[in-house]
Ligand binder design. Sequence first.
Ligand code: UDP
Length: 487
Amino acid sequence: MDNLNGAKPHFVLVPLLAQGHMIPMVDMARLLASRGATVSFVTTPVNAARIKPVIDGASDAGLPIRFVEFKLPCEEAGVPEGCESFDLLPSVDFYKPLFEAIIMLREPLKLYLEQAKPRASCMVTDYCNWWTSEVARELNIARLVFHGPSCFYLLSSRNIHRSKVYERVADEHECVVVPGLPQRIEITRAQAPGWLADWKEMQGRVMEAEEAAAGVLINTFQELESEHIALYIESTKKMVLPIGPLSLYNKDAKSKATRGDKPSVEEHQILRWLDSMGPRSVLFVSFGSLVKMRPLQLIEVGCALEASGRPFVWVIKEAEKCAEVEKWMSEGFEERTRARSLVITGWAPQVVILSHRAVGGFMTHCGWNSILEAISSGVPMITWPHFADQFLNERLVVEVLRIGVGVGIKIPVFHPEEDRVEVERGAIESAIASLMDGGEEGDERRTRARELGEKACKAMAEGGSSYGNMTLLIQFAMEQAHNGIAD
Ligand code: UDP
């Protein structure tokens, strides 16, 4: 615990209610508290129930974190009762209502802040929670924005937006060169339309709120994206603190296993299975919390995994499982792959799996948390982006860091109505072979991934770059508490 000379800053964390946004902020809360700060973490009943082991663990460890539960006005906003996170929504049609319900937390948050003791010294709010900017201004509390995605993505989208480069191409599938990057990176408007591009009003508010913030926290580390971080600071002219990979806060198996939700298979069962596999022999296949594959594509993945002949852990979401997939699995797939497969239906303890020595590759949808978790464990990737920041993250992994092999998808897929195969088994199988086989190229890729993993661990350890940035963050909050400065 840091020596804070008796003064304790009080951070109020306001995450977006989505797994990919909540999980790193829960890690941030525990990290700040373990370094002596007081933390209030805003959540809702359903989300709090999902992370109950984390809440209990923080309390048992004596970490000064208050998990503040606000009732989410689901009915008023037209959100199905109990669907308090984006991954719980029955369809994407409810995304907007859920955003609206979250905005209604504004008054309860304001009331909490008015009464909080000690007074909040600093708010850290998800960049999507633009409405917190007004609350911070009204109450004269400093506010920092937390960005989940890579700095490479933030810089690229900022440069694309400011240069209006998309306006020069009529076809959304035509490649443009992303301006202002140290590397030549091409992307299409369809692949990277810009966050909230379809919701212009909200996009404008998010940008204004970011401009108004006193600084930016990013879940990345200096050694991973140094050039992009420098350019982003130059462009935003803000205090930008890379403080990740936040997942490395979790050191023991229990802490790794309780992130986000309760795993549907006990972690010791998974560990026993992984222990029985050779080092770096297993491919881990998981597509985050939001991507939902249709049956035909899911079966195509299964066929490629079978044809690869390699051991694999494959995560299938509850919402993806259906009679068609179950029938196909029971008609030979399970039998033929039993000796070398572990299929997890539901929530998987991803960091437990990725950090096991038996895992040698990760097929991922390129969500930034997943990428950082793989990097932290030195695991190279097969990249299969679907939407949002994922195509730009793929460029970073494959073209800049050179620790991944693309599966070859060009057109984004965002919760398709139609059940069809976007990537065929042959393409998936050849990506698996190219990632998992030895050979000079594969070995070099694996070495680069391992070296980045070592750098990630160093960044988070005492004396490392992210550790130092966390110190700066705590000092910043203490100064705010002292001066009463707002954003
Ligand atoms: N995750 C997990 N188990 C699962 C699915 C996801 O632990 O079965 C975690 C994963 O480790 C990561 C987060 O959920 O921390 C997903 O975030 P990411 O940015 O990768 O993707 P998103 O879900 O936002 O698309």
